[in-house]
Each structure stands twice: as C-alpha cells, then as structure tokens.
Design a binder for this molecule. Sequence first.
Ligand SMILES: Nc1ncnc2c1ncn2[C@@H]1O[C@H](COP(=O)(O)OP(=O)(O)OP(=O)(O)O)[C@@H](O)[C@H]1O
Length: 642
Amino acid sequence: MTPLATPASHIEAVLSLANASQLLGDRDPIIARSWRRCVHDYGLDPARPAEARFVPRQVLREHQDHADELINVARAGVEQLYRHVAELGYIILLTDSRGIAVQFLGDPADEKAHRKTGLYLGSDWGEDHAGTCAVGTCIKEQQALTCHQHDHFSAWHTNLTCTAVPMFNPQGQLLAVLDISALYSPPSKDSQTFALQLVKQYARMIEDAYFLRLYRDRPILCFDASREFVLINRHYLLALGDDGELLAGNTAARGLLAEHGLMTPGPFGSLTRARIDEFFDCELADILSIPYASHDQVRAFRTQRHNRLFFAALMEPRRAVSLPAERTQGAPRCALDALADDDPAMRKMLARARRLCSEPLNVLLNGETGTGKERLARALHESGSRRQAPFVAINCGAVPESLIESELFGYAPGTFTGARSKGMRGLIQQADGGTLFLDEIGDMPLHLQTRLLRVLAEREVTPLGAERPVKVDLRVIAASHRDLRQMVEAGEFREDLFYRLNGALLKLPPLRERADKGYLIERVYAELAQGRSNAPHLRGDAMSALLAYPWPGNIRELRNVLQYALATCEGNEITVHDLPEECLPHAVTRVAVPTAGPEADDDLRSLLRRQRWNVSAVARELGVSRPTVYRRMRLQGIEPPV
Ligand SMILES: Nc1ncnc2c1ncn2[C@@H]1O[C@H](COP(=O)(O)OP(=O)(O)OP(=O)(O)O)[C@@H](O)[C@H]1O
C-alpha cells in the first residue's frame, strides 16, 4: 500500500507535473490534463484552501427546474444506486451539465462533514474553481472517471474519493453527471473499480430511461448482439418516425450509427435521418411486424454496411388514453374495461367482475378510501343485465344515523309531521329492478343491519309507519374500507348479513400499489380536462412526481390534486410546480429507502374516526400541524360527518 502523501508533497507533485514539458509518469492522463488546466488556464493554487462553493437557494431552484424532467426520470435509479452504496459510506450527487448538485442522497448523520466538503445539494463542482475533481473533470473531459484522493488538485480534497459518469441527451450533448463520493476510503485507487462500473451502469440506465421518456410516443427499436439478452439489455435504442425514419438513438446506438456512416461528423454529430431499412438489410414491414414475428417477438437482422448480426424487438408507442366510449359514442363495450390498464391485481379482479356482472349475486367491495369502490359498483351495474334499471347509492358513513333508516326504507304518509308528512319512497324501493349500492356498510348501525337482512332474505321492504310490506327485486353491492370479517368477529357486524352480502368479494388495490398509475393519472386528467377548449398539457416532470407520490387518499386524492393543478396552472403546461406541496418530490432525500411515511400507511379517515374527528388529536398523532391535516383531508376529499 502506498503511504498517503503529505499536503506538501502533494502540492509539489501537482506543480511539477503541471509544469513539466511532457506528461510523463504513471499518472492517469485525464488527471494530468486537468492539473495542467488548473494551473495554466484557471490560475489555481493547490495549496490554497478549497472552500466548498454553493449556489444561492434561488439559483439552485432554477438549475433544478431546468433539470426537472431528468431528476424525475432518474429518481428511482438514483435511489436504487444509493441503496447499494449507502452502507459503504458513499453519498450520491446528481449534477447538471454545469456541475451544480441538483440532487443529493446521503446519511444525515454526516451532514455537517458533507456540507463542509461540498458533497451536498447546491454545491458547485466546476473544475475552474474546485480544481481537478470527479464532477468538474468529467464535465470537461466528457468521460467517466474516478478522482481518487491525491488525484484531486487541491490539497484540501485529498481524503475524498469521487467517481463521476457523464450522461448525454439523444443529441449527444452532456445532460448531467452522476457521482458517488466518500469522505474516506482505502488508499488504493483499485478499491474504486467496482464503484466506477456500478455508476456507469446506473448512468446508462438513467440515460436510457430518459430516452424512452422523450420518445414514448414513437415506436422504439431495441437491439442487441444476443437474442437472449435483447429484452434484458436493450443495449441499442432507436426511435423511429412514421415511415421508419431514424429520429434519435441512445448513446450506444449513436456510436453504432456513426460506424455505419449514418451520423454527421463531429463531436455532436446528428443522425442523418436515414430510414431503418437503410441501416438494416430489410423491408420496413419486417421491422413493424416484429411484435407478431416469432415465439419471442424478436427478429434477426444484418446491418447493410458491415453485415453485423443483431436481434431486435420493437416497443410500440404508448397509446393515448381515451375516454370511455359511453361518454362519446353510445353504449360501452364493457364499463369495467376502462377501470384499469395493466395492473396484475386489477386484471384478476376485473376478470372476476366481468363473470359476475349479470349474476344475481350480491357483491362486497373492499378497498381503502378513494380506491374507486363506487366507480366499480357503477361499472358492475352498467355492464350487467340490470343496466336499464336504476343504480341507487347511499353512503352509510355520511348520512346521520337518525336519517339512514328513513332514507333507506322510506316512510308512509302521516308517519311524521310537518314537511315530511307526505311520505317517501325509500332508496330500497327506488332501486327496485336495479342495484342498491351501500357504501361504508361497516358504519351501518346494528339495528338497521337487522332490517336490511330482512329485506334481503324476504325480498320485501316495509316503509316506516306502513302496514304492509312492498316486494322489491334488488341486487345489493356493498362496500367498506374496513375488514368486515374482523368486524363480525368483534361483534360489530351481523354475521348473517355479512354472508348475505358476500356473494362474491372484490378487492381494489390502493393506488400506490397499482402498476397502471400512469394510465389512471392520464385518464383522470382526461376526464377533468374534457370540454375545456385549451386544457394545459401535463408535462413529464409533473407526471413523474405524480407517479412517485404515495397517494394516501388514492384516486380521489389524485383527482383533487389534478383539479387543483388545472385550476391554478397559468401557462399551457402543468409542471411539477403546479402541484400541491404534498406531491412535490423532495430534492434532498435523507434516507436510503424513501417510504410513504406513517401518515401514508395509516388511513387518514380511519385515524380521524378513531380520534372521533378531533383534528388536533390526529395532528398530534401524525406529528404534523392542524392545517396540514385539514389540507390532507381536503385533498383526499374527507369531510367530517354532519
Ligand atoms: N378508474 C377510475 N378512473 C377515473 N377516476 C376514478 C376511477 N376510480 C375512481 N375514480 C375517481 O376517484 C374518486 C373516488 O372514487 P370512488 O368514490 O369510487 O372511491 P371509493 O372507494 O368509493 O371511496 P370511499 O371509500 O371514500 O367511498 C371519484 O372522484 C372517482 O370518480
């Protein structure tokens, strides 16, 4: 192991190499070139204290705004990378192309030391003032490097080890730098070899995710030299135009196109806009029919110029979310189809729902508040044989106990005095021939459960004050966010009613667990924007923030958030800054695994109920202020009972 150089010998080594007429010795040429720039171009002195430089908060915000879309696309990758290296004492910086750290992940226990060294959010790692360092030198050289301890120019940085990898946009321009750094490390630079490989791998993944985001509305051809790995690796990515024109490529594909003479010369060469059939020896139709090709939806092609063999798969463009046919063109194929896109739990549940929709069974729906239980109930009704008859809904949790009985069962003339003396058909009678939807059935008082049971068993209802029962033909769909079986065990819900209602149980997953969140966001937005002549476009950064948010209030909260953004957005795009504060991604992630937090796990409505709607008590329990609880209630559409 080489002993660590003292500051004096480090300074001497830097200056003698920088001033030497030739770059000799075993110093990495990237580092040697940078030392020279530091001395001759920037006039830096390795002995001068290198104070960490931070940009003011407002300037940082501007840099973050500029890099918003990338930060949002990169988030999952950056957090995953941090989970791999956090235990080893590394921090992560994502910097923009100027070297300003727009995202930081690190251990809060070391925050003071990280700030002091500049390994923190908002630091400026430009080589012209920080001297040779991973980020600044990576930007200058436009290549990956490890700047290990005495590779740094400043004697004040020689305990650091930093590894930085550049990321490029589809035009080949520097987009950002991904850096992992540690305050201490073993002296040998070889100890960082794996770090470099790991960061390269994540930088490539982020770059490609960004590419896929930019070209998600285009067919994307991905190909690889190995058939087995093409879908895993997606090494080369090419976005295609309508007639097969090569629109853009990821870094790997651009390199390959350059070898095949399909890039204009120069460091920022652009695609010559040739067609894919000028690159591969094939017809355009062969490319477009790849998804229907062989058993693995992969097809082999040879390049025109070098006869190289590649295996290609085609990613079809994202289909635009359209509103259900029932809103636009008469009867829907099946109202249930529009409830989900590609989510495994929803797929299974909806397959059962389709089989059930015309069966005479009562159905129980379970799911957290705002997951779409009423939507599902309506879709079941609209897709079944009773669709021409009424769908009548009542929320047993929202109607005061004293009114539920008369609302549901109705009353005969003269039962009450005053305005209510004329009598009223209850909801049960109103739903005759159709569907009665009992939301929050768990909140139904026990004595009414008994009356409801009688209606279901005998298929007749006796309004309050009436002498004779009236026949009814009903299908009941009941819903609850609570576990009714547990309520039965606790004696809070009648077992016999539970079995009457539970002809089939359909569970709705919470929004945070759904794999088709993007579809729901677009769909809810399309519904809200419908009819507005110039509804703003939902920009990618806002979409990413919405995808990352844990949605304690589920689809209802999503709807409220989008409604808020639509109402307050002034431009022609909804950006991340048009979203309510709760949904904003936090630029500084202090912990390795971002979790939804206790407030997200705990259903706010249950908490409010448990605390008898005492908002101060709920605020205390969640450790937030009362206005925050009120704001969350508003966003989740929760209203206290009257
Ligand atoms: N698949 C969907 N597409 C679009 N909007 C939806 C969808 N599902 C639910 N929503 C919307 O989300 C909101 C909440 O839905 P819904 O009332 O059906 O939920 P819920 O589970 O019955 O809520 P609660 O438990 O509070 O009764 C409504 O505004 C509804 O229109």
